[in-house]
Design a protein around this ligand. Structure first.
Ligand code: UDP
Ligand code: MG
Length: 208
């Protein structure tokens, strides 16, 4: 029985199909969500924002993690991977689809290790889309978004500073890791959404 399972997982022609995946990373305010919406419209991917999934879980009155998530988000800290991974996996399964943009994840070493362990075997990672943007430009965008009523508890100067610190210290090393694997596609995200999308489109047209 054990042999049969081993044999099937390694050699069976009926092996489970893998999910197609693109990770989308970049500093807060670099336009990850904006570009993901455009990719969904044009290429039929399902957009999963780790941040949005965590906010939904926080708002779910039945969740045992609500308060904890609120605390992490306000302080720009990264929620333990077991929670985020579970939410992502559930969302992928529930969608019934096979191609996903995972936006804002993996953000630190804990995320990377947890993801590889829990989901690495089930996915085919095409590349990591990296929106490169100065923190000054990102700050302007986020404070404008906050002032316009984004309703996010972390779109304020104090939380933003913490989010940037986390980005520089914890997320940049993850981008470097994928860079060393030749998987990063870096775009200048200080431009207008339409200009950026021209480059994005080219990258996605090349995926078979
Ligand atoms: N977050 C997290 N793990 C993730 C993604 C998000 O803990 O995988 C938390 C983290 O506190 C982050 C916040 O959710 O600062 C908002 O993330 P989101 O991607 O929505 O916003 P961004 O900072 O990229 O604009
Ligand atoms: Mg976002």
């Amino acid at each position: 029985m054990r042999f049969a399972r081993f044999f099937c997982s390694r050699f069976s022609p009926f092996k489970m199909a893998k999910y197609n995946l693109v990770f989308v990373l970049g500093p807060p305010g670099s336009g990850k969500g904006t570009q993901c919406s455009k990719i969904v419209e044009n290429f039929g991917y399902v957009h999963l924002s780790a941040g949005d999934l965590l906010r939904a879980e926080r708002n779910n009155p039945g969740s045992q993690y609500g308060e904890m998530i609120e605390d992490y988000i306000k302080n720009g800290l990264i929620v333990p991977v077991e929670i985020t991974c579970k939410l992502l996996e559930r969302a992928m399964k529930d969608s019934g689809k096979m191609s996903f943009l995972i936006d804002g994840f993996p953000r630190n070493e804990d995320n990377l290790q947890g993801w590889n362990k829990q989901c690495g075997e089930k996915v085919n990672l095409h590349f990591v889309l990296f929106f490169d943007c100065s923190l000054e430009t990102c700050t302007e965008r986020i404070l404008a978004r906050g002032a316009a009523g984004s309703g996010r508890v972390d779109d304020n100067k104090e939380s933003l500073k913490k989010r940037f610190d986390t980005y520089m210290n914890s997320t940049m090393p993850i981008i470097s890791h994928y860079e060393s694997l030749g998987l990063v596609r870096k775009l200048d995200a200080s431009r207008s959404p339409d200009e950026i999308f021209k480059d994005v489109k080219e990258l996605f047209s090349k995926i078979n």
